[in-house]
Design a binder for this molecule. Structure first.
Ligand SMILES: NC(=O)c1ccc[n+]([C@@H]2O[C@H](COP(=O)([O-])OP(=O)(O)OC[C@H]3O[C@@H](n4cnc5c(N)ncnc54)[C@H](O)[C@@H]3O)[C@@H](O)[C@H]2O)c1
Length: 443
């Protein structure tokens, strides 16, 4: 399922047509491969705030080279500490730091602005901190050449818990994530667990992945396995042979069942408790679409989509929590969709189910305790069997309507999930991050 347009524009004739006709020219995005350094280049640091003193040590701990900006140097990333900005006049520091550096960025550069969660401060400081969102979202649309820009709000008290988030947003793991706003430590003060090896942060963890036999679920299983986890894949009986083959390859385990089955939550909880002594990471990936405009929607399309995408993840989550099968510092991760944020024609059922996944995150984030977190990803256009079924013209438009001018890959969703899953992400709770190449539509 390749992107044929991207292949065409990198051919000699394609390059000529792009130039002469002003067609979109997607950059080939860099992606992470096991063993690669997190950043292939230097990150320049700027800004002045409460995180500035510790940032060099955090980056060194991740094996990332940093420097203060020097003219003539090329940078793979920029990190700006904006936590010292306490009124709107001080926002000029953004222009002073970034404007001279933007022409010194390498391809697929990463920009991260660190800031203070606006809700944790008041008055002029709150205004100025909130204003940063306009900056990062706009710069994300300007940076080009596969670059990404994120705003990471750090609540005072969670200052020591930013390493896993920097590791994700500064590396090629976040190839298709841009213009996002993340909150760290917004729900409770939490200390991040020490990560001994940033290349295998999930060593010894048990991860449940639903819908694991193909598409995005298969990649989630592969990436969690790469990062050291033992994966327990779940899929329907019709997908049993693919599921078994994949789990054999990944030295994992499998449970074959329909997650909407009446006793599915109990069966999953029982299997995890008896075979694995509990679970550390729960990824609710299984999902279906049954598109029709509401005027033509029948009851079956409505109920089946909400049953698989929302009711099942909610029931399974509640069962695992009730039976105390999720270990301390566990991770619950939902797969929502851009449709659940922006809405989509023909997808009232699907958008309800995916907005509901965000509701599940909101409803549980404050209540979990024991270091357990809940977050979701909201993929945009990801190239899979699901999107291959979309008619050609709609698919072409769908793929180009984002800053990267291309669809994402299943691995892009999987990498975001692996970031949430990391033991270093204990303070990352209650977030919904879009993996959509900063789609032009929706919030
Ligand atoms: N592909 C995209 O562009 C995109 C965009 C946004 C969100 N998503 C979401 O990502 C997730 C994965 O999507 P995908 O594109 O890989 O889809 P896919 O159809 O390729 O894979 C979905 C998997 O879920 C399994 N599944 C479906 N119903 C199930 C059930 N009742 N019980 C157990 N397993 C079940 C399927 O057998 C399949 O293996 C879904 O939740 C989807 O809504 C996908």
């Amino acid at each position: 399922m390749s992107d044929r347009y991207q292949g065409f524009v990198s051919s000699p004739i394609g390059r000529m047509m792009v130039k002469n006709l002003g067609l979109p020219a997607p950059t080939r995005l860099e992606r992470y491969a096991a063993g690669d350094p997190l950043v292939a280049g230097t990150v320049a640091l700027g800004g002045d705030g409460r995180l500035s003193a510790s940032l060099p040590t955090v980056l060194e701990g991740l094996g990332i080279a940093w420097s203060l900006p020097t003219s003539g140097e090329k940078y793979k990333g920029l990190v700006f500490d904006a936590t010292g900005i306490t009124d709107t006049r001080a926002l000029i520091a953004l222009q002073e730091f970034f404007t001279p550096l933007l022409r010194s960025l390498e391809t697929c550069a990463r920009i991260v602005v660190l800031a203070t969660t606006p809700e944790s401060v008041s008055g002029s400081e709150r205004v100025a901190q909130r204003a940063l969102e306009g900056f990062t979202r706009s710069l994300g649309k300007e940076i080009g050449r596969g670059g990404t820009v994120q705003l990471v709000y750090v609540t005072p008290g969670a200052d020591d818990a930013i390493a896993s988030t920097l590791a994700f947003f500064l590396s090629p793991k976040s190839a298709y994530v841009s213009g996002q706003v993340v909150r760290i430590g917004a729900h409770q003060e939490r200390e991040a667990e020490h990560v001994a090896d940033w290349h295998r942060p999930l060593e010894g963890r048990i991860a449940l992945v639903t819908g694991a036999s193909r598409g995005i679920g298969e990649q989630i299983a592969r990436v969690l396995h790469r990062d050291g986890a033992k994966v327990v894949g779940v899929d329907v009986p019709q997908a049993a042979s693919e599921l078994q083959a994949l789990m054999r390859e990944l030295e994992g385990d499998h449970v074959t069942l329909d997650i909407t089955g009446k006793d599915a939550p109990q069966r999953i909880a029982h299997h995890l408790a008896t075979e694995h002594g509990g679970v550390d990471i729960v990824v609710h990936n299984a999902g279906i679409t049954r598109d029709k405009k509401l005027a033509n929607m029948d009851e079956d399309r409505w109920s089946s989509v909400i049953g698989v995408n929302l009711t099942a993840p909610e029931r399974i989550t509640r069962q695992l929590l009730e039976d105390k099968v999720i270990n301390d510092n566990g991770r619950i991760i939902g797969v929502a969709s851009i449709a659940g944020i922006a809405g989509n024609v023909g997808q009232t059922n699907y958008a309800v189910s995916k907005a509901g996944v965000i509701g599940l995150v909101d409803s549980l984030a404050d209540d979990l305790g024991h270091g357990i977190t809940i977050n979701a990803v909201a993929p945009g256009f990801i190239i899979t069997a699901m999107t291959a079924a979309v008619p050609f013209a709609t698919r072409e438009v769908g793929q180009r309507l984002n800053v990267m001018s291309q669809g994402g890959l299943p691995v892009d969703v999987a990498e975001a999930i692996a970031w949430y899953a990391s033991p270093g992400s204990t303070a990352v709770n209650g977030n919904v991050v879009r993996v959509c190449g900063q789609m032009m539509l929706g919030a």
